[in-house]
Design a protein around this ligand. Sequence first.
Ligand SMILES: Cc1ncc(C[n+]2csc(CCOP(=O)(O)OP(=O)(O)O)c2C)c(N)n1
Ligand SMILES: [Mg+2]
Length: 553
Amino acid sequence: MFGLPGGHVLSIYDGLYEIPEISHYLVRHEFAAAAMAAGYAQLTGEPGVCVVTAGPGCTNMLTAIAEAHVGCLPMVLFAGRGATHSAQRGASQEVATEQVFAPVTKWSVRVDRAEDVVPVVRRAFAEARSGRPGPVLVDLPRDILDGEVEDAPYVPATPPTHPCGDAAAIDAAAEALVRAERPLIVAGGGAIASGASEEIRKLAERLAAPVLTTLAGRGIIADDHPLSLGGLGAHHTRLSQRLLLEADVVLGLGCRFEEMETNWSPSAVPSPDATYIQVDIHAPEIGRSVPAQIGIVGDVAAVAKQLLPKVERAAADSRRVDDAAAELAAIEAEFERDADSDMRPMHPFRPIRALRAALPRDAVAAIDVGCLAQHMAGVTPYFRVFEPRTLIVPSSFYGMGFAAAAAPAARIAHPDRPAVCFVGDGSFQMVMNVLPVAAEYELGVTWCVLNDNALGSIRDTQVHRYDERIVDTEFTVQPDFAVIAQACGCHGERVEDAADLEGAVERALQANEGGTPAVLDVLVSPERVLGSLEHFSFYPQELIDAARAPERA
Ligand SMILES: Cc1ncc(C[n+]2csc(CCOP(=O)(O)OP(=O)(O)O)c2C)c(N)n1
Ligand SMILES: [Mg+2]
């Protein structure tokens, strides 16, 4: 449970006094409570829970809740509010929070009778986890919280079901896949939510189909599996882009092809000539972004299990995979070359490579927004991800600081695994108040701040689209992040020289092992990768063409 008390919810906190089995993490800003709860949900699949007070305590969570809503992360949020008898009279901290949160939650409910508290809470957990998961807000007036209810036996919330797909649609999909010459699987956050790792790997192997993952889908197949071949949109490589455009049958598993991934531009979505099979647990999602020829409403793992015996006869052609391996190796070699360069400030690939090398396969990574963090650490093969539920990422809401504020939850979800967060200097400054929280609870994570002294993604657009007319995207005063870290009880180091990187990473991870969080403030150059340029429609075509020029390849 993550939260920060206020007068309206003291009854809940008083209850916690007697229930030591419930761990409560006190944050310094409610945004971090919601971000950590969402991060916990992303890493475990179980609802993250928040307790916040009325009005501002509740609205402070809004941005992180919207992120969880867009990212389909289960959460239950308990918020206080004024007593029922003072409603509508302008009482202190009264605002219609159940309405404020309605568009960004699966269910937003105000409880007006003490007898309803227990059934509503039970339903809140069922609702948060069922079907397409999401956040639920339970608004609790102060007098209801102070009231008495009759003791009732504990009845757990009904666990989620895993619906199968329609039999005729499954047959049609299997037939298309068996006939396909160049099948492709695209897996997203829905595949992670359904725990479909094993089934997707088997399907891919049986079909010899490359697997592309959205950012939220990363880890569904290990990035060193020969069929794990990259991402989409801002996270694509020339290989993954080619595979997507050449595919004759695309099997989309819990992915949306939404704007952040594709801009819905013809160069980034399945070819209109391809057969697109879309599997999603949420019926209105079918065909929403890209028209699907075959839509299957169901749980990804359940549907994949239905498909598996029916694609037994698929003629697996491994030549495509061998070619892809050679192309991936070439991309990897370019990455190594950039990471090796002795440019100063250093190339951002350098710290990304150093951290991956120092971390075990099952380490947790949180990847924040911005060019340097998300568009670099988010791309295979620059930062490889090997297991599902080892990644905290924003969804298409794309709020700065979400992953950085959520990062300490990594050590709560997976206490025995190291955790790193890649974050831009602009985004980190939005949420630095999470440092004392991590220190207080000995949540040993490392924030690697990729510091280009700018809101680089936006500055970059001013350079390329607005004729270098830079307005308010560079910082004149930049805090010393290492000193701030130390002042908050964390380990902190600034790294200016690439030669110092390995030592600094080692010291940070060592501090983490002892429960001390760490900040590495790494001064990096404002580099961009081809994928991130090409993705955004606002870059001029000449620039994209230049970046694609053969000398880069
Ligand atoms: C809350 C929020 N405000 C503004 C934006 C728009 N935005 C996207 S990336 C970015 C710059 C991020 O800067 P930084 O964290 O330093 O990363 P960089 O792009 O420099 O790598 C901004 C302002 C956003 N996504 N979220
Ligand atoms: Mg920056």
